[in-house]
Design a protein around this ligand. Sequence first.
Ligand code: CO
Length: 157
Amino acid sequence: MAMREIVVDGESILRKTSRPVEKFDEKLAILLDDMAETMYFENRGIGIAAVQVGILRRVFVVDVGDENGKIEFINPEIYEREGETLSYEGCLSCPGKNGYVERPTRIRVRAQNRKGEWFDMEATELLAICICHEYDHLDGILFTDKIVEVEEDEVES
Ligand code: CO
């Protein structure tokens, strides 16, 4: 495994649309392992998309510290979104920036794993939020595009 360099906001690749993965090979496995290492160690993130390490493929990895542990999503599709919540977010590619974003409270998503097998899952709370944040990266969207102004008393703690 190896650390990869994080692409930061301002670099045009972050605004591009990632392409589907077609080959479920060793190169993909290495990319996934490197993404996880980069997310966990240097940067302590809870999610990372391939474009953030300069690879325009529809791949992301999340680990929000719940019982699911690390989950790898390849060619994901969020096909149900329900509810609305305000989420205070940051991004490995936007150092020093944080803000509130509206996200669903429950989603359903299907995706392929590193072997190319399809899985389907429901996610709620932080996991749903994290998946939506990473999913946006695949289409060149950053959380900073979606920041809403919030009065302090609107925020539930
Ligand atoms: Co991000």
